[in-house]
Design a protein around this ligand. Structure first.
Ligand SMILES: C[S@@+](CC[C@H](N)C(=O)[O-])C[C@H]1O[C@@H](n2cnc3c(N)ncnc32)[C@H](O)[C@@H]1O
Length: 294
């Protein structure tokens, strides 16, 4: 693929994963749902000209920051809402991370190729799979055939807290059913993008069971998005030693999930890692494994 077509494809892929192309319709669904829930009539002019309504601004801002699902959750008076709640009908994007974190992932992948950092790519905690779909699309656009994208998830939601560090953070599927996306749905989404092939491997189950024995030799990039202390620590413990020098560790929830931050801080302290933790946005951070480490 020539360079112009490659950047056009990857740009379009990101817009599609973020549902930026049809954002008005997402705002329209949300407006419609709010009308139903609040039992007020739908105003056709507002519906058609949704771009001028504050709801469109909220959806756009949320998509940029990746906080859109939280915006919807917060709309329920701070109460957790179930997936069958109509509000979730407006969640049409294929990933939770927003534009900034996706652009940052893209930049890290560019660096991996430019600097020839050896190894595969993994996301632990994939939800609908959009982050890993982007990774596979990136490899395809660059005609990279010797790296695998590992897609690790329970495909059954976030585990109930089992460690003291996670007490109080009950986000399992009984409370957050929208976080539990079956493997069949994720693999079907890969297929829709034309990106399901032998360079995509699924690791289904709790990280503590799947990651330690996973047949991964080297990693160039690991993106951790499991929210909890347990999920973050299990991924770091199982995978960090397989990360190549110069490789990327991306942590999605450092700034908004205290148990995740605790796991990262403890792991880095225990392993004597003092490489700068760099902010991606309000919540996401990353560091690079030093090249001196073998
Ligand atoms: C916040 S979502 C991931 C969002 C995704 N990275 C994105 O940007 O679209 C968290 C995911 O982590 C998974 N998860 C969390 N902890 C896990 C664990 N310990 N084992 C397996 N899956 C886990 C959940 O099933 C869920 O799909």
């Amino acid at each position: 693929m020539d360079i112009d077509n490659r950047s056009r494809y990857l740009d379009l892929l990101k817009k599609s994963l973020l549902d930026e192309l049809y954002l008005e319709n997402e705002a329209r669904i949300l407006y419609f749902v709010n009308c139903v829930l609040e039992q007020r009539p739908l105003d056709v002019k507002t519906f058609l000209e949704i771009k001028h309504h504050p709801i469109f601004k909220s959806v756009s801002e949320g998509r940029a920051q990746g906080a859109w699902h939280m915006f919807l959750t917060a709309a329920a008076d701070g109460q957790m809402v179930q997936r069958h709640d109509l509000r979730f009908a407006a969640e049409t994007g294929h990933l939770m991370m927003g534009r900034r974190r996706l652009d940052h992932l893209h930049a890290c992948l560019d660096t991996v190729l430019r600097e020839a950092i050896a190894g595969d790519l993994i996301e632990t905690g994939v939800w609908r799979g959009g982050g890993t779909i982007f990774m596979r699309g990136f490899l395809a656009a660059h005609d990279v055939r010797d790296r695998t994208v590992w897609v690790a998830d329970s495909f059954d939601g976030i585990p109930p807290p089992s460690l003291p560090q996670d007490q109080g953070y009950v986000m399992s599927k009984e409370v957050q059913p929208f976080a539990a996306v079956p493997l069949e749905d994720v693999s079907e989404l890969f297929e829709r993008y034309g990106l399901l092939d032998g360079q995509v491997k699924f690791l289904k189950g709790w990280f503590r069971e799947t990651l330690p024995g996973a047949p991964i030799e080297r990693l160039a990039l690991m993106r951790l998005d499991g929210d909890l202390y347990e999920s973050t620590m299990d991924a770091l413990t199982a995978l960090y030693d397989r990360l190549s020098p110069g490789g990327f560790v991306i942590i999605d929830d450092y700034g908004n999930m205290p148990p995740c931050k605790q796991a990262v801080d403890e792991f880095r302290q225990r392993r004597g890692i003092d490489d700068e933790l760099q902010a991606i946005d309000v919540a996401g951070v990353f560091w690079r494994k030093p090249r001196r480490a073998a």
